[in-house]
Design a protein around this ligand. Structure first.
Ligand SMILES: Nc1ncnc2c1ncn2[C@@H]1O[C@H](COP(=O)(O)OP(=O)(O)OP(=O)(O)O)[C@@H](O)[C@H]1O
Ligand SMILES: [Mg+2]
Length: 262
């Protein structure tokens, strides 16, 4: 599974501002790696300044609680996520991929912000058919609170529990997880044992982001390593070629998150 971070494919300091060049370049990197290696791949992308903007304004993550969001906010978030998704899918098709959109809000069900059901049958059939499924962070229905927000990382966690996922590549706008409490350098490897030590470094996004920035990203990926044994890497997809290198199996291109320090 590979994620194109909303921080790369949009400008998170400007509402509803996509980065067309980055989307096109990353679509090319995915196609180039897949053409040669024949990878069975699921693409996900974040929301960036598209859905994060109405999600923050209408407090959609809180659901239908007192003082929380209205159905209008849900509609605006879903529309924004879908509009950005069309741009990503179109770029992948133009790059040579048979990309198809998988819209999470249509079939994911959450309970108190945790995904509890998602029929992955169609997605698996797409993979078997040689298609490239593209999921995205989205608003989803929620049995406890009406609705909530599922980040791409939440979706990946669920998918890894139900499909034989080998590796996860997360492209964001930073070189990896940075030691913000110390030297500022990137951590090469993070294991569950490191969480306490690096916790002070892990913060939100600094820009509009309703799903918790780097902190929740690392927590999700550590869970993935612990519960499923799946390794992941967080890298800077704003730097040309890095995402493709990771898809080709190169290591050392970002922060690796895994169960032990080998
Ligand atoms: N220790 C840290 N190391 C690196 N980045 C950090 C750290 N703590 C917080 N951050 C912030 O996390 C941001 C990345 O998370 P963010 O959720 O914005 O990106 P994204 O997942 O690519 O976007 P989206 O959620 O829209 O897909 C960085 O831009 C940085 O500001
Ligand atoms: Mg994020």
């Amino acid at each position: 599974m590979v994620k194109l971070g909303g921080s790369v494919i949009t400008d998170k300091t400007r509402p509803f501002t996509e980065r067309k060049d980055a989307i096109k370049r990353l679509a090319g990197e995915i196609h180039s790696a897949r053409r040669e290696l024949g990878l069975r791949l699921i693409v996900g992308h974040g929301g960036g300044s598209y859905p994060h903007t109405p999600a923050a304004k209408f407090r959609v993550k809180e659901g239908r609680v007192a003082g929380g969001s209205s159905p209008h906010g849900v509609a605006l978030v879903q529309d924004a996520a879908a509009r950005l998704n069309r741009l990503v899918v179109a770029a992948l098709i133009k790059a040579g991929e048979d990309a198809v959109s998988v819209q999470p809000s249509a079939s994911v069900l959450a309970d108190a912000s945790r995904i509890v059901s998602w029929d992955t049958g169609a997605l698996e059939a797409m993979l078997d058919a040689g298609l490239l499924p593209v999921v995205h962070g989205d608003v989803v229905m929620d049995t406890a609170q009406g609705w909530s927000i599922a980040s791409t990382e939440d979706l990946f966690l669920y998918l890894a529990a139900h499909l034989p996922v080998e590796r996860v590549v997360i492209g964001s706008d930073v070189d990896g997880v940075l030691d913000r409490a110390g030297s500022g350098a990137k951590f090469d490897v993070i294991t569950p044992r490191d969480l306490k030590r690096i916790s002070a470094s892990l913060q939100g996004a600094g820009t509009v982001d309703v799903t918790g920035g780097m902190r929740s990203k690392v927590e999700s990926l550590l869970k993935l390593a612990e519960e499923r044994g799946v390794e992941s890497v967080i890298l800077n997809a704003a730097k040309p070629g890095l995402l493709e290198s990771a898809l080709r199996g190169e290591t050392g291109v970002g922060t690796e998150i895994r169960i032990s320090n080998r």
